[in-house]
Design a protein around this ligand. Structure first.
Ligand SMILES: [Zn+2]
Length: 156
């Protein structure tokens, strides 16, 4: 059974997000984050990523990135929230989304996009409406969403 449903949400202007279809316990793997595995060179050469905040691009290791901007990647619909209930997780070349809090049925599934705070942060306003909303999609100290996590894995 799928733990999520695709639904219209107020967070995304285009209106889609993922909503929990049942109560989900903290630590549960909710959905795989899939896409095309591309080399760093392909990332550098593709004008699509000519932006310091590539929304669907993940750093997998020092050789490969994951381009999640493909129609079959349902997890790309997950919206950012300043009080996110999920986080991106991964091992090797696999990525998924894990609940970091208990989530109630009907609650929207959200992640922290983890954009760095820099001069062009105003490009990405946040509509998450949580109490601690920063107004923009920013998190200090990380340029690509799970860069740090994978750097750690690489050493093993
Ligand atoms: Zn917010």
């Amino acid at each position: 059974m799928k733990l999520y449903k695709i639904k219209k949400t107020p967070i995304d202007k285009k209106g889609l997000g993922l909503v929990a279809s049942c109560d989900i316990k903290k630590g549960t793997k909710i959905i795989n984050y899939i896409g095309n595995i591309i080399t760093k060179k392909q990332t550098e050469e593709n004008p699509k990523f000519d932006n310091s905040k590539p929304i669907y691009l993940f750093n997998l290791n020092n050789r490969y990135d994951m381009d999640g901007d493909v129609p079959w990647n349902t997890a790309r619909l997950i919206n950012h929230s300043c009080s996110n209930n999920c986080d991106y997780d991964g091992k090797g070349l696999k990525l998924w989304v894990t609940a970091i809090k208990d989530i109630k049925k009907g609650e929207e599934i959200t992640c922290d996009y983890g954009f760095g705070y820099d001069s062009d942060y105003k490009q990405f306003p946040c509509n998450c409406r949580s109490k601690n909303c920063a107004g923009y999609i920013v998190r200090e100290g990380s340029r690509w969403r799970i860069n740090k996590k994978f750097k750690k894995n690489k050493k093993n």
